[in-house]
Design a protein around this ligand. Structure first.
Ligand code: CA
Length: 224
């Protein structure tokens, strides 16, 4: 069964989460502050980390950033009381996989955990190459013909989703769910805008794309 590390400083919340996830059959450990979180993440081979943002000693963003910088690719779901979109984007910037705002329902969190574990099982290589494009997800870098191209964290996350499901047609709703996170209030148009921006970066002819192709009435498919 999957091993989950919960990082939460409020004992009552931590215990509630732990009880709930143990009932689901997960093997659960709890860390109470950011420094302990980093230490425990190194020691135990966890399949997923649920990470509160507001923590003593070191906040959740710093913990996430640090683990990702070290190359740890364990799925991380961040918990926060803040609902601003900017907070969410900081989460993605530091390398979180998903984001749940407090107060959340245990059922909602369980669904996110299940989805993150499922995705975690499908491999996205840290380095991926197609045509003259090189993607380095560990370093968050995109290079075309050897030259570094300025790319946002969200665009890289979108490209990573395409790489993960290469060869499969992805509906906009599915991309929204996987890249922006379940329950975000953005429209399908946002997906189109980001795909268009990515095409400008990776396609030699963005108007007639070779890699990020449109599938009429369905969505997009990555043929890299
Ligand atoms: Ca907290």
């Amino acid at each position: 069964m999957a091993r989950i590390l919960i990082v939460e400083d409020e004992p009552r919340v931590a215990r509630g989460l732990q009880d709930d996830l143990v009932l689901e059959g997960y093997d659960v450990e709890v860390a109470g502050d950011g420094i302990e979180a980093v230490r425990r993440a190194h020691e135990g081979a966890f399949d997923l980390i649920v990470l509160d943002v507001m923590l003593p000693a070191k906040d959740g963003f710093d913990v996430c950033r640090e683990l990702r910088r070290e190359g740890m690719r364990t799925p991380i779901i961040m918990l926060t009381a803040k609902t601003e979109e900017s907070e969410k984007l900081v989460g993605f910037d530091v390398g979180a996989d998903d984001y749940v705002t407090k107060p959340f329902s245990p059922r909602e969190l369980r669904a996110r955990i299940k989805a993150a574990l499922r995705r975690g099982g499908e491999t996205v290589p840290a380095q991926y190459r197609f045509g003259d494009v090189q993607v380095d997800l560990d370093r968050c870098e995109l290079r075309v013909a050897g030259l570094l191209v300025d790319t946002s964290a969200l665009e890289l996350k979108l490209l990573a989703a395409f790489i993960r499901h290469r060869g499969h047609t992805l509906a906009r709703a599915m991309l929204l769910d996987e890249v922006w996170g379940h329950g975000t209030f953005v429209t399908d148009r946002v997906v189109d805008t980001h795909v268009a921006n990515l095409r400008k970066k990776i396609e030699s002819h963005p108007a007639s794309p070779r890699y990020l192709v449109s599938v009429r009435g369905m969505g997009y498919r990555f043929d890299g």
